[in-house]
Design a protein around this ligand. Structure first.
Ligand code: MN
Length: 498
């Protein structure tokens, strides 16, 4: 499900013909070598493809339009080896629709003190040419990432790698289709939003189906397919009967297996990558989808509870941005539930009724069957686990009426101090940066939701860069946050994004 296109990035070197053919030959050779070595570094998640040196308006415009229509091209990296008069780039830049990285580097690392002459200076003047180029991009108001440093530096390579995942988020955003099989929960404000504006800004298609259409698809799943999946569950997860009859328990598990298969068939057939449900609108479904949704999330589907389509799309987006990442620790929808306010042990217990993605699990995963305190269906089965320790980001995309705001909080995930044997749901526990009190105050001042799209595997910078590319406001709550400054950030956003 997580498979995306075989994306590549184009490497375009700027120059001009003022310095003769030998210089242009060197420029091409050097940029080819840089591309080859970047690809060989093992740092980049996506391949870089060398493109012929750009020196004329016509070629720049043509190359950028080829990038636009190449479905595998996820972004363009530009570097000016020599001076490259930037008016030549105006038409191309006006038409470029792919994410843009300005790699401000130079071929040599050290000044060749003994041999340097004016020919060398003319050939290796990125310090000069990249400033001319940066000027026109700024003047044209084009959003781009700038990375400065020698191309062989692992820090620079990691910055390029990090941006590549942002670029994938930008190009993949427009392919996200969210299926709603329920409306937003009655009277809830923060899960609402302008779906037309979301499609204009992010490209998300958010459609509704009557819940019984998907419930019929669930009903049509055969007993044998269902039983095979139940067997897989019993192999893979611990079974916590907790006094329930084993056969009755298994029947409850089978309901979720049938939902998993039925939902996935329905989503695949209709080409949706994210789904929302609502415990109060289940039609003929026998249980609130719990275990079923958890499994679908692990396969790469986005999910939002109580009709929260923004969280569903964000979870899908973050899963796509982290696809194929080595040692990924997981991405899930979560919800701020309850606090530990003991001094020195402060944190927020994260959970939901059922639907937390097992990609964030640490240690064994068990199946439990328990009544749901809300709704009117049979006791749903769900996967129960605790989550990994370490740094993560919690994000909340909110609709302020005239615009979207993305709130990004760096959080430190920890083990709960003690087990919680009576809590029948998967959990995470984190302390927001800079501390619980400042973090919670800033989150509330910004209007952040109780549902979040959470990941261990992306940085606040990446999500901020994604928001910038989407043309929306991002606010950051991290180790440097002070409430007085944060309120100024919000005030600036009010003016800038009016
Ligand atoms: Mn909820």
């Amino acid at each position: 499900m997580l498979t995306t296109r075989h994306y590549k990035f184009w490497f375009c070197t700027g120059s001009q013909d003022l310095y003769g053919d030998e210089c242009l030959r060197n420029v091409a050779e050097h940029s080819k070598e840089i591309v080859a070595k970047l690809n060989a570094s093992g740092k980049l998640p996506f391949e870089i493809v060398w493109k012929p040196t750009l020196i004329t308006n016509e070629l720049i415009r043509k190359t950028f339009n080829e990038a636009n229509i190449d479905e595998e091209c996820a972004g363009v990296i530009v570097w000016c080896h020599t001076f490259s008069p930037a008016k030549s780039w105006i038409l191309g830049l006006k038409e470029l629709r792919k994410p843009l990285l300005h790699l401000h580097t130079q071929y040599n690392e050290e000044i060749p003190y003994d041999t340097i002459d004016m020919d060398f200076m003319n050939e290796n003047q990125a310090a000069h040419g990249d400033r001319e180029w940066g000027h026109i991009v700024s003047r044209m108001g084009i959003e781009r990432k700038v990375v400065a440093g020698h191309w062989s530096d692992p820090v620079v390579q990691e910055k390029i790698a990090s941006w590549q995942r942002v670029a994938i988020g930008v190009v993949e955003s427009s392919h996200i289709r969210v299926m709603r099989v329920a409306d937003n929960m009655r009277n809830v404000a923060v899960t609402e939003g302008d779906k037309v504006e979301a499609q204009i800004k992010f490209g998300w298609e958010v459609d509704t189906y009557p819940v019984n259409e998907i419930a019929d698809c669930v009903d049509s799943v055969s007993q044998s397919d269902t039983n095979a999946l139940v067997d897989e569950y019993y192999d893979k997860y611990d079974i916590l009967l907790e006094g329930r009859d084993p056969e009755e328990f298994k029947r409850h598990v089978a309901v979720q297996a049938q939902i998993e298969i039925g939902f996935e068939r329905f989503l695949e057939e209709k080409n949706y990558q994210a789904i929302v449900t609502h415990f109060g609108d289940l039609g003929s479904l026998k249980q609130l989808p719990g275990l079923a949704i958890q499994r679908l999330e692990q396969k790469g589907y986005g999910f939002g509870a109580e009709g929260d389509w923004k969280v569903a799309a964000m979870v899908r987006l973050m899963k796509v941005m982290t696809a194929g990442m080595e040692n990924a620790k997981g991405t899930s929808m979560l919800e701020d539930y309850t606090y530990n306010l003991v001094k020195g042990k402060e944190g927020i217990l994260q959970a939901h009724m059922l639907e937390i993605c097992p990609s964030i699990a640490d240690g064994p995963i068990s199946i439990k069957c328990q009544p749901l305190s809300m709704g009117d269906r049979e006791d749903p089965t769900r996967l129960v686990f605790t989550s990994k320790e370490g740094h993560g980001i919690a994000t909340s995309l909110i609709d302020l009426g005239n615009r979207f705001r993305l709130i990004i909080n760096d959080v430190d995930c920890k083990k709960c101090e003690k087990p919680m044997p009576k809590l029948p749901v998967a959990t995470n526990f984190w302390t927001p940066q800079p501390d619980l009190y400042t973090g919670a105050e800033a989150w509330i001042l910004a209007g952040g939701a109780h549902h979040t799209a959470f990941t261990y595997d992306l940085t606040a910078e990446q999500m901020g860069d994604w928001a910038a590319m989407m043309g929306i406001e991002a606010v950051f709550i991290d180790k440097d946050t002070k409430i007085r400054d944060f309120k100024k950030d919000l005030m600036l956003g009010e003016i800038f994004y009016k």
